[in-house]
Design a protein around this ligand. Structure first.
Ligand SMILES: [Zn+2]
Length: 305
């Protein structure tokens, strides 16, 4: 993974084709709309982000609902929207292309701020014996990113992931690792392992790189359409990882294939930068790897509580 701001969909895909340690879902094929950019969402994506379902939709409006809330959005440009019967202002820019309605991503927060307390996101979320799949990124002929001292990302990932799996197992969770040794596994197979296990949580472990050797810090990624559980666990891991002394780059959204193809809650942790000589040395140190694993496990523990 590299540090970058999406310039346009095409540019982002081109950049990804030549850099980064993970491949992104091919979103060009799925969205022919020229109005599509990183700041717009389809109504379905908006609903998913808010944990709501599309209840009614016609040419002029859409109704999103859950057990507690009703959101009415009129779908002409700059139209009004209503949350639980109360006017909530303008929905901002609305575009329609080939029957698909695109709204501004800022609408997510505008609506979320007005939603009533929903029932628990996942009744019966297992606290004691959760099924957790830990995924050490890369492996085998795929080393991931390579540090200036020649160390491989795949080894850092496996070190931290094995320690994390051990901690979670000792806490009584049912842990599966997508790879135990230095083995190459396709991205789809990693997600398939989580789906076959009906995992309560999928945690992929990676280390970052950037052209700027001073880039540093950890990041937790979730998919663009990630449900509330993934956001919650990502935030809990970020909070806990601050105890490692590394800099937090926060929760970010990217449609990495392992995140998109996993049906349950899924996060991808970028531990820090292999391209930063100082940080790479830390990431390669077994004691520091343990600290990272303890922090990630603490975040998972907070989420499961
Ligand atoms: Zn990676």
């Amino acid at each position: 993974m590299t540090t970058r701001k999406p310039i346009s969909a095409i540019a982002a895909v081109l950049i990804l084709a030549f850099s980064g340690c993970q491949s992104r879902q091919d979103f060009l094929s799925g969205s022919p709309s020229p109005v599509r950019d990183s700041r717009t969402l389809t109504i379905q994506e908006l609903a998913t982000r808010l944990n709501l379902r599309i209840d009614e939709q016609d040419e002029t409006f859409v109704v999103l609902r859950d057990g507690t809330n009703t959101v009415l959005i009129f779908t002409h440009d700059d139209a009004r929207f209503f949350v639980n019967g109360r006017p909530a202002g303008s929905a901002g820019p609305v575009r329609k292309t080939g029957g698909t309605v695109y709204v501004s991503e800022t609408l997510v927060d505008q609506i979320r701020a007005r939603l009533g307390t929903a029932p628990p996101a996942r009744p019966g979320r297992p606290t004691q014996r959760a099924r957790i799949v830990v995924d050490p990124g890369h492996g085998g002929h795929d080393p991931g990113t390579i540090a200036t001292n020649g160390g491989y990302e795949k080894d850092v990932n496996l070190g931290v992931a094995s320690k994390l799996a051990g901690i979670l197992q000792r806490r009584g969770h049912q842990v599966t690792m997508t790879r135990q040794g230095d083995r190459f596994i396709e991205l789809e197979s990693r997600a398939a392992i989580a789906n076959r296990r009906d995992a309560d949580l999928f945690v992929s472990i990676h280390a970052d790189s950037a052209p700027d050797p001073s880039a540093q810090g950890f990041t937790v990624y979730i998919a663009n359409s990630a449900a509330r559980e993934s956001q919650q666990v990502a935030q809990a891991i970020i909070r806990a990882m601050k105890t490692t002394g590394l800099r937090s780059r926060g929760v970010r959204r990217e449609d990495y294939r392992v995140l998109v193809k996993t049906s349950g809650p899924a996060v991808l942790v970028e531990l820090g930068y292999m391209s930063n000589a100082r940080e790479a040395r830390k990431l390669q140190d077994s004691t520091f790897q343990n600290r990272l694993a303890v922090a990630i496990a603490a975040g998972i523990g907070d989420y499961l509580r």
